[in-house]
Design a protein around this ligand. Sequence first.
Ligand SMILES: NC(=O)c1ccc[n+]([C@@H]2O[C@H](COP(=O)([O-])OP(=O)(O)OC[C@H]3O[C@@H](n4cnc5c(N)ncnc54)[C@H](O)[C@@H]3O)[C@@H](O)[C@H]2O)c1
Length: 342
Amino acid sequence: MLVSYKRVLITGGYGFIGSALVRKLLHQTKLKILNIDKIGYASNLSSVNKLIESNKNFYQERYSFLKIDLLNSNDLKNAIFEFKPNLVFHLAAETHVDKSIINPNKFVTNNIIGTSNLLEILNQYFKGLSLSEKNLFKFIHVSTDEVFGSLGKNGKFSEISPYKPNSPYAASKAGSDHLVKAWSKTYGFPAIVTNCSNNFGPWQFPEKLIPLTISKSLKKEAIPLYGNGKNVRDWIYVEDHVNALIECANNGKINSSYCIGGNNEISNINLVNLICTILDEKKPWEKSYKTLIKFVLDRAGHDYRYAIDSSKIKSELEWKPTHNFEESLSLTIDWYLKENDQ
Ligand SMILES: NC(=O)c1ccc[n+]([C@@H]2O[C@H](COP(=O)([O-])OP(=O)(O)OC[C@H]3O[C@@H](n4cnc5c(N)ncnc54)[C@H](O)[C@@H]3O)[C@@H](O)[C@H]2O)c1
């Protein structure tokens, strides 16, 4: 896995998906990893540090972390020129749609200017590499299907779908995707953009639907559900997403994009009911957790449906999701139950 590379930079490596990538690369490769994260509210240091402490001799010398905000160009430049990455996964972003509706400017600054700073510095660094180092170097920009807007009852997003973002979060991610594509085209910067559907798994901050439902249930608090709960999302287990990102780094074509989805479409209401059913079995109390569900005023501009056609990455890179949705959901719930008991 990633055998050609030696040093990988991961931005946002203390976030939900970034930490899953760091853990996988620490565990299954010999790569040196630099994690750059500003440590925002959604970061969790234990998501990586627990693994490192489990076998310090094995992991510690391959892993380093720098607390840097991508908006701080000086520190970012020093870190990059000193570490000399030959592969970069860019995951750092503000990611919660609701927060983007309340404070859109923060998302524009963080996600667009942050990505632009990173591109600017990496492109300077890239230009100074030898030809063989240039041929190896890749930048994987991790984005979302939300940049494509909302689907009706039919159809799926693919690499040729037009960008039609609706929320400030989606628009800020779309802006950062466009910057990456512009740097590719204009400066020959070797980048790949990935657009993935909704992820779930351990270590996700409990503001997103699945961990929110679990944590509200465990506290016996109301489980808020927007509108009529009929909005549909295509869920993917985080490890399947991480495997897809690794395949993009291994064999993905530079200056192209890949859509990644789990092919698990489910409405929010059905998903929340399913989580409650699993919790009723795993941690019974006198009522069903379903009695906690409370419909609340719909999110402004709420996208109705997302679904991904992953045929390109399946055929070009021979990636496919391997985790069964219900089994992974059950494992995820077990993980949150265990965390809650600690
Ligand atoms: N979670 C999903 O369902 C999903 C789906 C598709 C794509 N994505 C994309 O994947 C990436 C990771 O998502 P996540 O769910 O792990 O997010 P997250 O919110 O859990 O973690 C993001 C991490 O990035 C860091 N960060 C944010 N801005 C930064 C900055 N300016 N400088 C340095 N660090 C910064 C945060 O501190 C945090 O640790 C994001 O780019 C997101 O758009 C997420």
